[in-house]
Design a protein around this ligand. Structure first.
Ligand SMILES: [Zn+2]
Length: 158
């Protein structure tokens, strides 16, 4: 049984998580799907830390939970760990990590079939993945992220 105060606490936490998620979605790289660049992603893979469109969310589901764990930004309840994973990664860092070896002139696929092939290459086969690429860029990114947050006067961490 849950008490009223426990329910209120859970509701409050949920509200805080929604605030963090909507702040994350305002970042430039999170305004487009991590995989097909469709506008206004409302879905996420919390273990991969990427925001994506509804079509790509369906493809991610098909990969299985050992690769990708999909949630709706607005319709699902999030745990603090899942939120933290999105804050730590999000589309900008994920791009460095999972698209490190993407050819310069690569065009993101648009048809359903091509998007699925790309997503499987990217996360299942890790064809373009480079762990070192993220580590090398982490310092400059966290600095610019801090700069951006201090400019807007908002704190990401409630
Ligand atoms: Zn997409």
């Amino acid at each position: 049984m849950t008490t009223r105060s426990e329910r209120e606490k859970a509701q409050k936490l949920n509200e805080q998580h929604q605030v963090i998620l909507s702040q994350l979605l305002r970042e430039e790289e999170n305004k487009h799907c991590a995989d097909c660049e469709a506008k206004g992603p409302r879905w996420a893979s919390w273990n991969l830390g990427v925001f994506m469109c509804i079509r790509c969310a369906g493809i991610h589901r098909n990969l299985g939970v050992h690769i990708s764990r999909v949630k709706s930004v607005n319709l699902d309840q999030w745990t603090p760990e899942q939120i933290q994973s999105m804050v730590d990664m999000s589309n900008r860092r994920a791009k460095l990590l999972y698209e490190a070896h993407l050819p310069e002139n690569f065009k993101h696929p648009q048809t359903d079939q091509a998007v699925e092939v790309f997503i499987r290459d990217k996360y299942e086969r890790k064809k373009y993945y480079d762990k070192e690429a993220l580590a090398a860029a982490t310092v400059s990114i966290s600095n610019s992220c801090f700069y951006m947050l201090s400019l807007t006067g908002q704190s990401m961490f409630l």
